[in-house]
Design a protein around this ligand. Structure first.
Ligand SMILES: CC(=O)N[C@H]1[C@@H](OP(=O)(O)OP(=O)(O)OC[C@H]2O[C@@H](n3ccc(=O)[nH]c3=O)[C@H](O)[C@@H]2O)O[C@H](CO)[C@@H](O)[C@@H]1O
Ligand SMILES: C=C(OP(=O)(O)O)C(=O)O
Length: 422
């Protein structure tokens, strides 16, 4: 288990550049195996999830090379390989190999995915989608076996709830299927548009990504011709905007698509944070008087569940109570007892998180049990007096690109003792 040590209470200044989106990258890497030619991805974040997916590609005979932020993947010698355990359980997005292996080989054997422990995360809608496309799905020990011996065919699939993962997995399976697939009640996240752009540039026919109806006309083969640049990570951006508002002395956050953060920016402004939204960057002024706000998470374009935790420490500075209701993951509260150890006045009552004004936070030993909970602790530690030791900090490294380097550039006093990534 890795430790991040932060000596807090310092004002941060300067600029930070946001990396490519984790949730695009972790969908696009599995999607590369649908290509008949080598693929180049630009603006790839240096995060643990990427290295774990590269290991899984390696197991399938797919070579990959990651230098700076360019990831080259050559799927031309891929062989069908079961992925029952190992790295599969280290991240959520390993389940995208279900869709992409099925699309490529008509068969996939993939273990149950890992990812953040933020309450129940069923995959019934993914399975429903695969079945509608003609696959037979069974369970074997801890793996899901998905087979379409007669090939996949287009279908109309209405998702019972808006699911990012199910939308992506169905796209991956349908893109090379025979005929037309229509996904209704699809998720509209920008990362889904990014995946569709990547696939369409290789010859796929996907229309409507970013709306609730996605139409896919299956094609026989996909070939990459140009490098694909991953969109900026809106969750990483929101996290830096929060910490800049909490402890910044003027911080410029660069490489942002502000439209992807509409709901979040509206809440920051409602809190009283002073922002200058520019073409592809946002300047955050030192904080002034903040007042409590009510946050309710919902699918895009609503307020992202992945940003409720990183925003929580900033809410402690408001002069009145803030509330958070996470409708997507109501149990995403494992960071709360850790923040309380640091002196935060927070309660969870009937599923509502109540964040009260807190005069000061004090450094403590805390656990980052998952990625965004870890990010919340990181922001709190930068605000706190004294030293905070964040245990299990490798969870933060799952999704925050070169975070130690970025925080150090902003003049934070932070170290990390993990071996995997800095
Ligand atoms: C790798 C990735 O992109 N992860 C993101 C993705 O996760 P993920 O794709 O796992 O999340 P979903 O959008 O699928 O989940 C949304 C809701 O639907 C439920 N559900 C989902 C699928 C299903 O078959 N059955 C079901 O009941 C989930 O329990 C959850 O309550 O979207 C989440 C919601 O924005 C984000 O927090 C994650 O960062
Ligand atoms: C929940 C998250 O990730 P994952 O779906 O990969 O566990 C997240 O990025 O906040």
């Amino acid at each position: 288990m890795a430790k991040m040590v932060i000596n807090g209470g310092k004002r941060l200044s300067g600029s930070v550049t946001i990396g490519g989106a984790k949730n695009s990258t972790v969908a696009i890497i599995p999607a590369t195996i649908l290509s008949d030619t080598p693929v180049t991805l630009d603006s790839v974040p240096k995060i643990k999830d990427v290295y774990n997916l590269m290991d899984m590609l390696h197991d399938m005979g797919v070579a990959s090379d990651f230098q700076k932020d360019v990831l080259k993947i050559d799927p031309t010698n891929i062989h069908l390989t079961p992925l029952p355990h190992g790295k599969v359980t280290s991240l959520r997005a390993s389940y995208y190999f279900m869709g992409s292996l099925l699309g490529r080989f008509g068969k996939a054997v993939v273990g149950f995915p890992g990812g953040d422990d933020i309450g129940p995360r069923p995959i019934d809608q993914h399975i429903k989608g695969f079945k509608a496309l003609g696959a037979v799905v069974s369970e074997n020990k801890n793996s899901i076996v998905i087979e379409a011996p007669n090939g996949l065919h287009g279908a109309r699939i209405f998702l019972d709830m808006v699911s990012v993962g199910a939308t992506i997995n169905i796209i991956l399976a349908a893109v090379r299927a025979k005929g037309v697939t229509i996904i209704e009640n699809a998720a509209k996240e920008p990362e889904i548009i990014d995946l569709a752009t990547f696939l369409n540039n290789m010859g796929a026919k996907i229309r409507g990504a970013g709306t609730q109806t996605i139409r896919i006309i299956g094609v026989a083969s996909l070939k990459a011709t140009n490098a694909h640049t991953i969109i900026p990570d809106r969750i990483e951006a929101g996290t830096y905007l929060s910490l800049a508002a909490a402890v910044g002395d003027g911080v410029l956050v660069q490489n942002i698509i502000a439209e992807h953060l509409d709901a979040f920016l509206a809440k920051l402004q409602e809190l009283g944070v002073n922002l200058d939204v520019r073409e592809d960057s946002i300047f955050v002024y030192p904080n002034s008087q903040l007042s409590g706000v009510k946050v309710k998470t919902s699918p895009y374009p609503g307020f992202a569940t992945d940003l409720q935790q990183p925003l929580t420490p900033l809410m402690l500075l408001a002069d009145s109570c803030s509330t958070i209701v996470d409708t997507i993951y109501p149990k995403r509260t494992r960071h709360i007892p850790e923040l309380i150890k640091m002196g935060a006045s927070i309660k969870v009552i009937d599923g509502t998180i109540q964040v009260n004004h807190t005069d000061k936070l004090i450094g403590a030993e805390v656990n980052a049990e998952e990625i965004r909970g870890g990010a919340a602790l990181m922001v709190a530690a930068l605000m706190a007096e004294g030293t905070t030791v964040i245990h299990q900090a490798e969870n933060i490294m799952r999704g925050y690109d070169r975070v130690i380097e970025k925080l150090t550039n902003l003049k934070a006093d932070v170290t990390y003792n993990g071996t995997e990534l800095i």
